[in-house]
Design a protein around this ligand. Structure first.
Ligand code: MBD
Ligand code: FE
Length: 306
């Protein structure tokens, strides 16, 4: 009875159970993935040393907390966005600012300010200062008062606070509550692009795939407001070499901002601006939420089980 071939083993792995408990969807998806891997091992004649090297790599990937980098780099994060876009289109609710992937580097609970904030406190002279400003609007163009704009970007070396323990807590991470007209603004410096850490499990795989691990310069947002569907998105800074060659496949039309020169700093004194300065104007357009869960300003990781 314990002698079996590969097909019999697969059948046994996927059918064994002690009762009717458990989750049928999890059983079905696990069975598909196990079957696909059995077939991959067979087709490519994967040797034991190759298999165990892969297992060790996965273990190191998890220990380095880098699984979220691999999912982005292999296109899964963008795939989920494409599927949500398609679902929106099918439901005739494809409107508003385009979504873009959260990425693995969001941290909830950033300090909250009203109307405006300096994101770059403690990062003076780290790059070109700019002010980004605009409104949070509904798809009908009506302002969303007291919306929350949660914004984060990397430091001058392309590293994100929290994941880079050398930076202060919540460095370059803030939340801004909009005013009655849905207006927000913040000052920061133009961040550089991001590159996956060298000498990491991720870079090992990307070297073997002959792929680079660069993202073009970008700023992340999680925007939410009463009755509106929370929006996770990013904007890109124009002119970056990797704009159309993002390792995470996450750049989108309509999300590459324009850098303008503001001639006068009048009205921007509270952000410490002196003329002339670089300005980005960008309005976020949020769909109406179909239910309470859609309105939650939360990481997609956290809501995944909710
Ligand atoms: C990033 O900064 C990022 O935004 C994504 C999606 C993946 C890796 C690093
Ligand atoms: Fe990022």
């Amino acid at each position: 009875m314990a002698e079996m071939n590969a097909a019999q083993l697969l059948e046994l792995v996927n059918s064994r159970r002690v009762g009717e408990d458990g989750n049928e969807r999890v059983r079905a998806i696990t069975a598909r993935i196990v079957g696909d891997l059995f077939r991959t091992i067979d087709e490519f004649d994967v040797k034991p040393e190759e298999f165990w090297a892969a297992v060790k790599w996965l273990t190191r990937l998890g220990q380095a907390d880098m699984i979220g980098l691999i999912t982005a780099g292999l296109g899964f994060d963008r795939l989920l966005d494409i599927r949500e876009d398609e679902a929106d289109l099918a439901a005739a609710r494809a409107a508003g600012t385009a979504r873009a992937i959260e990425g693995p580097l969001y941290v909830p609970g950033a300090p909250l300010s009203r109307n405006e904030v300096r994101l770059d406190t403690g990062n003076e002279d780290k790059g070109t200062p700019f002010v980004m400003e605009g409104q949070v609007l509904g798809t009908d163009g009506q302002p969303v008062p007291h919306a929350v704009v949660d914004v984060w970007h990397c430091n001058e070396f392309g590293r994100y606070s929290h994941f880079d323990p050398s930076q202060p807590e919540y460095n370059l991470r803030r939340r801004i509550e909009t005013d009655e007209l849905g207006r927000y603004r913040f000052r920061s410096f133009l961040p550089p692009g991001y590159a996956i850490p060298p000498d990491s499990p991720v870079s090992e795989l990307f070297d073997l795939l002959s792929r680079h691990g660069n993202r073009p310069a970008h700023i992340h947002f999680l925007v939410s407001g009463e009755g509106k569907r929370a929006l996770t998105t990013q904007v890109n800074i124009p002119g970056d070499t990797y704009l159309d060659d993002d390792f995470a496949f996450a750049t989108r039309d309509g999300l590459v901002v324009e850098l303008e020169q503001a001639e006068s700093a009048a009205g921007y004194e509270s952000l410490g601006m002196s003329a002339p300065f670089t300005r980005i104007r960008f309005d976020f357009r949020l769909q109406d939420a179909a239910n309470e869960r859609e309105a939650l300003a939360a990481s997609r990781y956290e809501t995944a089980h909710g």
